[in-house]
Design a protein around this ligand. Structure first.
Ligand SMILES: [Zn+2]
Length: 205
């Protein structure tokens, strides 16, 4: 075996550095968008992209307990029911009392066990379909937290690009459905992706 001058080769050095990037960053950015936005195909995104990508490429961190608090609509999540009276188009607060429908503004609480992953430095969760039998799970409370607002069309574009990249068969199966929705930017994107498949253009866009 030949001893290299200057120590380890580049590839060996890289292996010593803890892995934090798991997919190319431009795809990780699309993953973040597709996961943050709300759009018609969000459930498909979970099944076809999110679960497989996290399971194959991301780092598994552990289990978490998610608590979702549903705010009460009777009292707008305040826990106080307000009685008003109206006079000449003005509204006056008559009195308020503890809401009968909830506890402190929370109508219902749901609990889920989640699997936590880190992909390219960002944490993601997917539902865990078994009981991990771990005591004292770290807890995340969701429901009162505002999420980053991603434009639904931008999120859908991100999902379609990920599908094209990671599940080609599904992309070709679904594309007529996407085109049928009649959104011009989506149709243009699909045409562009199909063109890419038929040329040697492998640049990210
Ligand atoms: Zn209430």
């Amino acid at each position: 075996m030949r001893i290299q001058k200057g120590g380890l080769g580049m590839n060996q050095q890289l292996e010593l550095i803890p892995q934090t990037k798991h997919i190319p960053q431009w795809l990780a950015d699309y993953f973040y968008k597709a996961n943050s936005g709300n759009y018609k195909y969000k459930q498909d995104f979970y099944e076809k992209i999110k679960n497989p990508i996290l399971q194959h490429f991301a780092e598994f961190i552990g289990f978490e307990l998610q608590i979702i608090e549903y705010p009460c609509h009777s009292c707008d999540g305040t826990g106080k029911f307000k009685h008003y009276y109206y006079e000449y188009g003005h509204r006056y607060l008559l009195r308020s009392e503890p809401c009968w429908h909830c506890t402190d503004g929370i109508y219902r609480t749901a609990k889920f066990t989640l699997k936590k992953y880190v992909l390219n430095g960002v944490a993601y969760h997917i539902p865990c379909d078994f009981d991990p039998n771990v005591k004292h799970l770290p807890t995340v409370v969701k429901g009162k937290i505002a999420h980053e607002n991603i434009d639904p069309q931008e999120a859908l574009i991100a999902y379609i690009i990920l599908l094209w990249k990671y599940d080609k068969a599904e992309f070709y199966y679904r594309m007529y459905g996407f085109v049928k929705d009649g959104l011009k930017p989506i149709t243009n994107l699909i045409q562009k992706l199909i063109r890419k498949d038929n040329t040697n253009d492998d640049l990210p866009f």
